[in-house]
Design a protein around this ligand. Structure first.
Ligand SMILES: C[S@@+](CC[C@H](N)C(=O)[O-])C[C@H]1O[C@@H](n2cnc3c(N)ncnc32)[C@H](O)[C@@H]1O
Length: 208
């Protein structure tokens, strides 16, 4: 399994854990330099911890969709290059802005990921899209934002079945979402993130 440069398994706060190097965000364990990245609180962390081939090497330009208060986006900005973090709910964006204050590669955007034309003037072409929006229409969001992804780039997507339809079998939802995704992406890997993230599917894809 390959971890990006800047992400390591380390003993932090007495426990072996994924970790990145950067300023503490909330109450995660830290040794002053490295801070714990909890895969139970981060779908991207869970993807890396499960050994998925994400294609991440470190230093990439990233568009992060569904940044919330920046729990995962902050780790991404620790090891990646410029990280454009889109979130449409004002309350978490307040926290995200605070998290970005001492991270010069993290750029919060109070925007709706379904309306990429509202941030197209700010976001440069990116190597990676990380998407964790937990909303209906997750495939459509990935397709609408594909325009930002460079040829050979990667989409790292977490699909939450219940956000599409609480009543349907999650596997049926995942089939529909991945079939729709295939309209613009070639799927490289997929994996359920249960039990850490119940009824979530992780997908690695590239423009295709
Ligand atoms: C599961 S949370 C994200 C957690 C975050 N990725 C992390 O690991 O730290 C999903 C977030 O997506 C946001 N979201 C949902 N639909 C969105 C949209 N259309 N545009 C931007 N953000 C959206 C929600 O407000 C919520 O904060």
């Amino acid at each position: 399994m390959s971890l990006p440069e800047g992400v390591q398994y380390r003993t932090v706060g007495g426990e072996r854990t994924l970790a990145t190097r950067g300023p503490q965000v909330s109450e995660e364990a830290t040794d002053g330099e490295w801070r714990a990245w909890d895969p139970a609180r981060s779908k991207l962390g869970a993807m890396l911890d499960a050994g998925m081939e994400t294609g991440l090497a470190g230093g990439e330009t990233v568009l992060y969709l569904g940044a919330a208060a920046g729990t995962t986006a902050s780790h991404v900005a620790d090891f990646a290059g410029p990280t454009y973090a889109v979130e449409f709910a004002p309350r978490p964006v307040r926290d995200l802005v605070a998290v970005a204050r001492n991270r010069d590669r993290l750029f919060p955007l109070l925007k709706d990921a379904r309306r990429p034309e509202t941030y197209a003037h700010v976001v440069e072409p990116v190597d990676v899209i990380v998407q964790d929006v937990a909303t209906r229409g997750q495939a459509a969001v990935a397709l609408e934002n594909r325009q930002f992804l460079k040829d050979g780039g990667r989409l790292l997507l977490a699909v939450k079945a219940r956000s599409e339809d609480v009543t349907r079998d999650p596997e049926a939802v995942f089939e529909d979402v991945t079939a729709e995704l295939a309209e613009g992406y070639e799927l490289l890997a997929r994996r359920r993130l249960d039990p850490r993230h119940e009824d979530h599917l992780a997908v690695v894809a590239r423009p295709g």
